[in-house]
Design a protein around this ligand. Structure first.
Ligand code: F0G
Length: 460
């Protein structure tokens, strides 16, 4: 079965490796000529640029910026979505197929304490955990689930470390589709698993890791009429682009010096980078922020690809990190991510388990919070700052990908000092004690509470 591309759109599919431009894609979203990934491109935009000094209306930067701003006052569901509001830069999907939970519209926060810890002047977080299912996945999922609806699919499916499955299950339910979730048994947080159950997915915990789940899913979609919703699906990438567009709007179209993202399967970095390049092509921004990608040291195949092999190849690995969202050893979108890393002049970094835990507590102490995988951004920023890649006066935006309540187990263990006890990291974690705020168990009397208060006052 093939998934037809909508003829009304100016968007076309193209293989990132051989450049083939198929009219439709197979169910695994791989190029039938060479097997690599597909992406959308917009041939009409280049024609617009050739049209002379004045761009035609549908890519006129000023007209689009004001149209998007005006939609914020609209009562229309699509205009209220922080994804569909920017639909002029996305492939066309008819409104009757759109499934939206009013995703996007996420806040941009100043992080004063974290800025001091990282020794940079202007530090902000775009909190994608403030989406309807509490992760950045919703921005891509609204768009890709809508394309499944348009294709008339009864079933959608994904392999996941937890957030994709939570998001997919929600959007499938809203669109009256069945969803099949493949997750690693015992290696995802309860918060994420509970979401998929509540939204009604058929949830299969496989005795393997994320990469093993992906292999089985790829075989499944070749045999069954099931629509694949992992980020190899180019509609996912298109929806996720809007986080960067919305960010630029929030910054009055004045790009920061740096944007820093966590790297797992590498769809998100690819999407944000694609949006930045497209916005520059359309003259919506005058320069490119440097897009840097941070991985956990125990799940660092992309870091090693860039540092050891100059991006020429990626060696899959068995991944291990407490930041379970990015416990991925064979990232599907590494070539797309490499391209945007090089095009924007960004860097790769890796961070340790202890650095992740400390950074997460620091983001929490700024009154924001995030899940462990998101905290690699702050930990990575500190390293990029130490290396001089990020300057003290530079402006930096961290993309926080998931909400703090996604993985409360990690947070509680950290504050109780149990996260690393009995592990190789126990000694390295000693300096993080000052960040720990374990609950205090007291007798139920006023004197005990006042004594606890006074003790903290004395030490602060
Ligand atoms: N942060 C969080 C919270 C995630 O859930 C993920 C990926 C990432 C970062 C990495 O993003 O894969 O686009 O590089 N989670 C996927 C999932 C794999 O199944 O939920 P990426």
């Amino acid at each position: 079965m093939s998934i037809a591309q909508n003829n009304e759109t100016t968007a076309k599919l193209r293989c990132i490796a051989c450049g083939d431009t198929p009219d439709s894609s197979s169910q695994d979203f791989r190029c039938t000529a060479c097997g690599d990934l597909l992406e959308f491109f917009f041939p009409g935009w280049a024609l617009d640029q050739l049209d002379g000094a004045k761009p035609r209306h549908h890519t006129d930067p000023l007209a689009l910026k004001s149209l998007w701003l005006n939609r914020r006052h609209s009562r229309d569901a699509l205009d209220q979505s922080g994804v569909w509001r920017f639909r002029e830069l996305l492939p066309y999907i008819p409104a009757e197929h759109a499934i939206t939970l009013r995703e996007g519209n996420t806040p941009l926060y100043h992080l004063p304490r974290c800025a001091r810890a990282a020794a940079v002047e202007n530090l902000y977080a775009k909190h994608q955990g403030m989406n309807p299912t509490a992760s950045f996945k919703d921005t891509g999922m609204t768009f890709a689930a809508s394309s499944a609806h348009q294709g008339g699919f009864r079933w959608v499916a994904c392999a996941s470390t937890g957030n994709t499955s939570a998001s997919m299950a929600a959007y499938a339910a809203r669109g009256n589709m069945h969803s099949l979730v493949l997750i690693p048994d015992g290696k995802i947080s309860w918060g994420k698993l509970s979401q998929a159950l509540d939204y009604g997915a058929l949830t299969c915990q496989l005795r393997t890791d994320f990469d093993g789940c992906v292999r089985i899913l790829n075989d499944l979609v070749r045999q069954k009429p099931v629509y694949l919703l992992n980020s190899v699906n180019p509609y996912r990438i298109e929806g996720q682009k809007t986080a960067a567009i919305e960010l630029m709007e929030q910054l009055a179209w004045e790009p920061p010096d740096h944007i820093i993202v966590p790297g797992g399967n590498l769809g998100n970095s690819s999407a944000i980078g694609k949006a930045l390049l497209e916005m520059r092509e359309l003259k919506m921004i005058s320069r490119l922020p440097k897009l840097s990608i941070i991985q956990a040291q125990g799940a660092n195949p992309f870091y090693r690809s860039v540092r050891e092999f100059g991006g020429k190849k990626l060696e899959p690995m068995t991944a291990d990190t407490l930041a379970t969202a990015i416990r991925i050893g064979n990232p599907a979108s590494w070539k797309k991510a490499l391209r945007v890393l090089q095009a924007t002049g960004g860097e790769v970094e890796q961070v340790t388990e202890v650095e992740i835990a400390a950074a997460k507590a620091e983001i929490g102490a700024d009154g924001i919070g995030c899940e462990p995988a998101s905290a690699v951004t702050l930990a990575g920023l500190k390293k990029l700052r130490q290396r001089g890649f990020v300057k003290a006066g530079g402006s930096v935006v961290l993309i926080l990908t998931g909400h703090q309540l996604k993985d409360p187990d990690f947070t509680i263990k950290f504050h109780r000092g149990e996260l690393f006890s009995g592990t190789d990291n126990e000694r390295a974690a000693v300096p993080t004690k000052s960040l720990q705020r374990a609950p205090v168990v007291l007798e139920a009397n006023l004197g005990a509470v006042i004594a606890a208060l006074d003790a903290v006052e004395r030490n602060s």
